[in-house]
Design a protein around this ligand. Structure first.
Ligand code: ZN
Length: 163
């Protein structure tokens, strides 16, 4: 394979991207990577939200960009149906019944889904099954720290390897 010079690479399919980012939602700082713990992903595999993946396409090492992502291109719109009510007596005893607490629900197929307690009544607990960032506009500041071509094995596995 013809190994390109890193400086010639741009963010495109099958490129391993190392990035730093800051995420602001509703005017509040929500997430910030430290420069010694950047995020890595393989572009084109849907490992990051679609709006961010699309906007980062073509960026070079060292480049920064502000990216605003709508719910449709982020964690989805709020699903008004995605709520569940559990009788309080069936609620696991080891989980504190407090607003905002996250619990993991498992369905018959063994698939896990995170839910958050949104309301507590005398006899029932109401859960929100939406992603916590569903329905939110996301404001990112991203910076490309490093780029390299993914190995065939990484592309096959669909994740980044560290050797
Ligand atoms: Zn692997």
């Amino acid at each position: 394979m013809n190994q390109k010079n890193d400086q010639e690479l741009t963010v495109q399919d099958n490129i391993v991207v190392t990035m730093d980012y800051v995420l602001n939602v509703d005017g509040e700082l929500l997430e910030k990577t430290e420069s010694n713990h950047p995020v890595e992903f393989i572009q084109g595999l849907g490992q990051i939200i679609p709006g961010l993946e699309r906007e980062m396409s073509g960026m070079r090492i060292g480049e920064s960009k502000e990216v605003s992502v709508t719910p449709e291109d982020g964690y989805g719109v709020l699903d008004e149906e995605a709520y569940a009510e559990i009788p309080r007596e069936e609620f696991p005893e080891d989980i504190p019944v407090e607003q905002g607490v996250a619990i993991l629900l498992r369905d018959e197929d063994g698939d896990e889904q995170e839910a958050h307690i949104v309301e507590i009544e005398e006899n029932l607990v109401r859960l929100n099954l939406n992603h916590p960032l569903a329905g939110k506009d996301l404001h990112f500041e991203v910076k490309v720290v490093a780029l390299r071509e993914a190995s065939e094995e990484e592309i096959l596995h669909g994740h980044v390897h560290h050797n």
